[in-house]
Write a protein of this length. Structure first.
Lengths: 142, 131
């Protein structure tokens, strides 16, 4: 039941995973966490559903710093491809694709890159094609 | 039938002489035209470092072929030739006509939409690009 990195609860970060008794009386912590635990992309109520293709709204939605183990600042940037109005992500452009891939070769999640869902899908396809043709690695030693 | 668009990328061993590559391309071209295909573009990317070891080499000579055709038996024939040819160590065919259709649909839809209402986005209101 630990909301490690999934549910950004509106409560204090002191609601550390297993400290149920929540001595900090700050927040409506006890009851609130449970529903948001199951919805990985829930958060602030104003979060767009991730389909904001052409507006300037940030693709991932600014949720503020994540609560939980790691406090990430969500990248408030828009989807890079939406900003360029890209309609096709070319698998042959390894240099572009490499920016979306970890050191180890793993594809970066959307929340790190700020890509919108549609482009993330295309991106994944393009990366996989590029991997087949040895333009990108499947995985490298670290 | 509709015309299909394909990207065919293949990689030759790095030590393959240019003449052999050209010969191979010519053979492929011939096989394609025999089956009603057209080679739209031939791009030789030259020797590149491979992201992983393929058939014991870490480098390869990349060639891209863009083809159009209506008959569906063109591609298996080309792939068969690539499979049996010695210098080729990897190949991949991607069918792109549906994607291109979708792309042009999105582009035209975006342009129509932009033309209909007053432009209000400052950031580079240019035609759609390919990333």
């Amino acid at each position: 039941m630990s909301e490690e990195n999934k549910a950004p609860t509106p409560s204090e970060p002191a609601a550390a995973p297993s400290e149920a008794p929540a001595p900090v009386s700050s927040a409506p912590a006890p009851a609130a966490p449970s529903p948001s635990h199951s919805a990985p992309s829930q958060g602030r109520p104003s979060r767009p559903p991730g389909r904001g293709p052409r507006s300037d709204r940030p693709g991932g939605g600014p949720g503020g710093p994540r609560r939980g183990k790691r406090q990430f600042f969500r990248k408030k940037k828009v989807c890079r491809f939406c900003a360029d109005r890209a309609d096709f992500i070319d698998y042959k452009k390894a240099d572009v694709l490499r920016g979306f891939v970890q050191e180890r070769g793993k594809i970066l999640p959307r929340r790190m890159t700020g890509t919108c869902s549609r482009h993330q899908r295309w991106l994944g396809e393009a990366i996989k094609r590029a991997r087949n043709i040895a333009l990108l690695p499947f995985g490298s030693q670290l | 039938m509709e015309e299909r668009l394909y990207d065919l990328v293949f990689i030759c061993r790095p030590d393959t002489p240019e003449s052999e590559v050209d010969k191979l391309v010519a053979t492929l071209e011939q096989s394609a035209t025999e089956r009603g295909g057209k080679i739209e573009k031939v791009e030789k990317w030259g020797t590149r470092k491979l992201a992983y070891r393929v058939r014991k080499s870490r480098e390869g000579y990349y060639v891209l072929l863009v083809l159009r055709g209506t008959r569906s038996d063109m591609i298996p024939e080309l792939e068969r030739r690539l499979k049996v040819s010695d210098p080729v160590i990897k190949y991949q065919t991607v069918r792109l006509d549906e994607e291109m259709k979708r792309q042009s649909k999105l582009t035209s839809r975006r342009e129509r939409r932009a033309a209909r209402r007053p432009r209000r986005q400052p950031a580079g209101e240019q035609a759609a690009t390919t990333a």
